[in-house]
Design a protein around this ligand. Structure first.
Ligand code: Q46
Ligand code: ZN
Ligand code: ZN
Length: 313
């Protein structure tokens, strides 16, 4: 297997592009893909202040790394979720990545800021951990970016993530989500910061290779709540299709963006945003989904505390 560009020994084969690259040309390919995505969707430019959501995994750390290498002004935000050892390791990886490179890392600890971690929140509101976790992460990222004056929030979602989300949205005909699924979402009002996904054309395997080539030390273990998640099942289905027909995953997502999404957008219902009565963040209801969830959690905790202790006979 030879590099498509220089004919040297290739280290990475990309069957969906019918190509292979040596180490320097693979890095060049990866960084070109990111730069092209940023320009194509006008995600941000070099004057913008970018806040990268950093979990400590390969995608978010590779994203932060590549943005800095390409000359963008990117700081990181890590949300400490309090999920056993997984969260401790993740925070450790994000922190050492930032320290080694002299980058700014903002850390928010869920339990310290809001009174409980993801595990306690899930138990209290009797919901799967991922729903409260995902909602809290999105809310905190946006709020921190807005309050600290960042222009854009960037996340490490890759092609596998986006294709799996698309498959789920199509299977359940989630029209609203289909209308909003995009590598970039421009700011809808002053308090809703622009969102960008510069890795959307690169697969998980490609970001892992990039991380490895740059000695990025990332958390390898998955979150203990991940197994059984629908998104993993969809990824597995898509991987099987891709193995038989390389390129399908990319066409599925990119052609959705070019041909199908504009139709959903045209028919999508536009909601008017107003300020949440509790936190002031943008929402379509009186209280935003985050405040509703956390208020429910706090009410339940208060009820448990006032309940008389059980008497054993
Ligand atoms: S961290 Fe949170 Fe994920 Fe863990 S609890 Fe679910 S959503 S799986 S990306
Ligand atoms: Zn080469
Ligand atoms: Zn709110």
């Amino acid at each position: 297997m030879r590099c498509l560009k220089c004919g040297e020994k290739a280290i990475m084969e990309l069957s969906r592009h019918n190509s292979a690259f040596c180490q320097p040309h693979y890095v060049e390919y990866f960084e070109n893909q990111v730069e092209r995505a940023i320009r194509r969707h006008q995600m941000f430019d070099r004057d913008d202040r970018i806040l990268v959501g950093v979990s400590g995994g390969k995608d978010s750390l590779s994203l932060w790394h590549v943005l800095v290498r390409l000359g963008y002004r990117a700081a990181g935000l890590h949300i400490h979720l309090g999920i056993d050892d997984y969260s401790k390791t993740s925070y450790g990886k994000a922190l050492s990545f930032a320290r080694e490179r002299g980058l700014e890392l903002i850390a928010v600890e869920l339990a310290e800021r809001y009174g409980m971690n993801v595990t306690q929140l899930a138990r209290t509101v009797r919901q799967a951990p991922c729903s409260g976790c995902g909602l809290s992460k999105r809310y905190i990222l946006n709020r921190e970016a807005y309050e600290r004056g960042f222009d854009v929030v960037a996340t490490g979602h890759n092609l596998d993530d986006e294709a799996a989300t698309l498959l789920g949205n199509v299977l359940h005909w989630q029209i609203g989500y289909l209308a909003r699924q995009s590598p970039v979402l421009s700011s809808a009002g002053e308090k809703l910061v622009k969102k960008a996904k510069p890795l959307y054309t690169l697969t998980e395997r490609e970001t892992a290779a990039y991380a490895l080539l740059h000695d990025i030390d990332y958390v390898v273990e998955e979150c203990p709540n991940a197994p059984g998640a629908k998104s993993l099942f969809y990824k597995d289905v898509l991987a099987r299709i891709e193995a038989v027909s390389p390129g399908t995953k990319q066409r599925f997502f990119c052609e959705f963006l070019d041909h199908a999404r504009p139709r959903f957008r045209a028919g999508g219902d536009e909601h008017t945003l107003r300020d949440c009565a509790m936190c002031g963040q943008p929402t379509t209801a009186e209280l935003c989904a985050f405040c509703r969830l956390w208020e429910r959690a706090q009410r339940r905790t208060a009820k448990q505390k006032t309940r008389p202790p059980a008497v054993s006979v």
